[in-house]
Design a protein around this ligand. Structure first.
Ligand code: V0V
Ligand code: CO
Length: 146
């Protein structure tokens, strides 16, 4: 079951400048940043709010790390802007299988590694009324060691 907006992915040419815009304009701070080589992105997660399912909602600012990445290709065609929306679920495998059964193309056979150790997959934008849609299961919160 999809229980929250996990994040909105925003493609930009210059991550540092875009982070600074969100900080100076809205007061949002970087909660986490990382490079995901497989996806070809450098990203910053700005936490907007916690959610009732124990997760959170973020803005995900994305800068391409290589010319042949999906985000570089998209930026060249569209310029900066909203690139994808991501719904959070406790079980990305089950939701991806369910949605695939409804005739929507799921892009990965198995979920891949996403931000902060999450497991992610994508739905084809052409099957989703023009919106690249991601499904995310967050990494479990580590219980404190005794
Ligand atoms: C492409 N299209 C889009 C789109 N990207 N439509 C809406 N939103 C987007 N973001 C349209 C495009 O305009 C074309 O339509 C058509 O789809 C085919 O696009 P293409 O440019 O030929 O590109 P493809 O087919 O090579 O790749 C498109 C897909 C690719 C969606 C298959 O971008 C992909 O695999 N995306 C999933 C991975 C990803 O985006 N990773 C970056 C974020 P027309 O012109 O033919 O009508 S990584 C992330 O979010 C992480 C790590 C995380 O959350 O943790
Ligand atoms: Co994303």
């Amino acid at each position: 079951m999809l229980t929250r907006i996990d994040h909105i992915g925003i493609a930009c040419f210059d991550l540092d400048k875009t982070v600074e815009f969100y900080r100076a304009t809205y007061g949002f701070e970087v909660f986490h940043s990382e490079v995901n080589e497989e996806q070809g992105v450098r990203e910053a997660m700005l936490k907007i709010n916690d959610t009732s399912d124990g997760g959170a909602s973020y803005l995900q600012l994305l800068e391409p790390t290589r010319e042949d990445s999906t985000v570089a290709k998209w930026l060249a065609k569209n310029g900066e802007g909203v690139h994808h929306i991501a719904f959070g679920t406790a079980d990305v495998d089950a939701d991806a299988a369910d949605i695939k059964g409804k005739g929507v193309r799921v892009l990965y056979e198995e979920p891949r590694r996403g931000s902060m150790g999450s497991r992610i997959t994508f739905l084809h934008p052409k099957d989703c009324h023009g919106v690249l849609t991601e499904l995310v299961t967050s990494a479990p919160v580590e219980s404190p060691e005794h």
